[in-house]
Every structure is written in C-alpha cells, then in structure tokens.
Design a protein around this ligand. Structure first.
Ligand code: ADP
Length: 272
C-alpha cells in the first residue's frame, strides 16, 4: 500500500479566534514495507499528520492518494482505510477495557464483522507477533506491566490485519528496558511480516536504531525527509528546533547496520 500526501494543510478551529495551522503544505510518500520515523518537537504536527493517514482527520486542503486513489473523493471506502492503516495512539493501554488479554485483542476483528472463531485466530496470531505467548490469553490486562500492556494494545491493532502500522510515541512513559522491548518488537514485526511501520517520536534515539528513513517536522512543515545518516548530519539545525542530536554511538550503529564503513567519509557513501 502506498500513501502519497500532496500539499496537505490542516488548520484547527478554522474561522475561530483559536485558528491554528498545524500542518503546512506537507508532501511525502509512504511506500509499502518502509520503516519510517517521524520526529519533531512537541507541537510540530506529528499527531495531526498521522491522524490523516487513516482518514481520522480530514485535511483543510490538499489531497492524499492511497494506491493512486484520492481519499477525499465521494465514495472512497474510508471505513476500510481505518482498518488498512492501524493507528496505535499514545498511551494505548488506557483503551484496554476487557477482562482478559485475548478478549481485548479480539475486540477489533469482531468489530470488523469476523466471527468469534476467526477473531480468536487473528488475535492469537497478533499475540505471537508481539511476543506474548498463550499463557497471557486469560490473564487480566490490568495485571500486566506497562510494556506488556502496550504489547496487548499493539496486538489489538495488528489483529485487524493492517497493511500499515502507525504508532504515536510508543515508548512514552516506559523505562529503558520497556522502551527497548517495544522497539525490539516493532523491529522484529517489520522484518518478519514486512508490514509498513511509521513510528512517531520526539526522541532521535528511538528512531535512529530502527528507521530506514526519517521525516523531521517543524512547525507543521517537513524540514528533512531522508536516510538517518543524512538527517543526523544537520546537528545544529536539529538542535535549533529542540531535537538533541543522537549520540555519536547511535549514528555509528545506524551506519554499520547499513553496511557502511564508518572509517570512511560517510557523505560520499550516502551519495553512492
Ligand atoms: P505533536 O504531535 O508534534 O506534538 P500536534 O499534532 O499534537 O503536535 O499539534 C500540532 C499543533 O496543533 C500544535 O500547535 C497544537 O497546539 C495544535 N493542536 C493540536 N491539537 C489541537 C486541537 N485539538 N485544537 C487546537 N489546536 C490543536
């Protein structure tokens, strides 16, 4: 699934005295199978942007093409788009309400109209994808740790079989181990299922290790959209918009993973 955004603008409170332009002429394309990190300071427009990807928010102007079809055209199957692009909100565990893990994960697929049995099959597959074994099925979600609850919430979205998984600050509020756990789950999920992953974060380090492309937002605009190594080379610009550059070790790791020789000039390798 390809999502192409063209000249997207979004204004909160249009026509009121609270008018606020949250997205300013955004154009970008999300291709099938990518792992994209979207970073930016608080208020840069990250959440607003991703809420456009599944039609939850409707642009003030501009267009989004999904596999070449305009989504803001009469008759576009918006309900299906909601399922095709799975959105994991910030602190998704607050939306867990069922008495067992399995029931909670079944909620989405049942809402899609699947039978109890089909939904159960989807839910079990989703649990495996996030590394929760069968022993969790009948546990109360409320007994779990923060990181495990978050896995349950992600599984609840995966059970709807999305083609794109979008996560808003999935590591917020977790301790370093919980953070590494969740990011590890996403990395493995991406590698094994080939699902497109869009990860929103205000932390460079979260995305440095996993994304193959980074989009930097500032005041509702795309400031950079490039491979991590090139984005990280703009150290001063990133600091000036409130993003601490990742530690050198992170950058080095990202480069080595891409098979680059870090003893050589990286910019020439980027061009190659
Ligand atoms: P981020 O996710 O990067 O923190 P947001 O997309 O939440 O940024 O916000 C972008 C801008 O839109 C900010 O200036 C924010 O204050 C404003 N904004 C967000 N939500 C609303 C809303 N519901 N009503 C009015 N303004 C909003």
């Amino acid at each position: 699934m390809e999502i192409r955004i063209e000249h997207l603008n979004y204004i909160y409170g249009l026509g009121t005295s609270y008018e606020k332009k949250a997205l300013d002429d955004i154009s970008l394309t999300i291709r099938s199978g990518e792992f994209i990190g979207i970073i930016g300071h608080t208020g840069s427009g990250k959440s607003t942007l991703i809420q456009h990807l599944n039609g939850l928010n409707r642009a003030s102007s501009g267009q989004i093409f999904v596999d070449g079809k305009k989504i803001y055209e009469d008759g576009y199957p918006m309900r299906q788009l909601r399922f095709r692009v799975g959105l994991v909100f910030q602190y998704p565990e607050y939306q867990i309400f069922e008495t067992t893990v399995l029931k909670d994960i079944c909620f989405g697929p049942k809402n899609q109209g699947l039978s109890e049995e089909e939904a159960g099959g989807r839910a079990r597959a989703a649990m495996r994808m996030v590394g929760l074994d069968e022993s969790y099925e009948n546990k109360s979600p409320f007994e779990l740790s923060g990181g495990q609850k978050r896995r349950v919430a992600i599984a609840g979205i995966l059970a709807m079989n999305p083609e794109v998984l979008v996560l808003d600050e999935p590591t917020a509020g977790l301790d370093p181990k919980g953070r590494d756990d969740i990011l590890g789950v996403l990395k493995q999920l991406h590698q094994e299922s080939g699902i497109t992953v869009v990860l929103v974060s205000h932390s460079m380090e979260d995305v440095a290790d996993y994304a193959s492309r980074i989009i930097v937002l500032d005041k509702g605009k795309v400031l950079y959209d490039d491979i991590p190594a090139r984005v990280f080379s703009h150290v001063e610009e990133l600091e000036s918009i409130g993003l601490a550059a990742p530690q050198v070790t992170y950058v080095m790791r990202a480069l080595r993973r891409m098979g680059w020789d870090v003893s050589q000039d990286v910019t020439t390798q980027a061009e190659a």
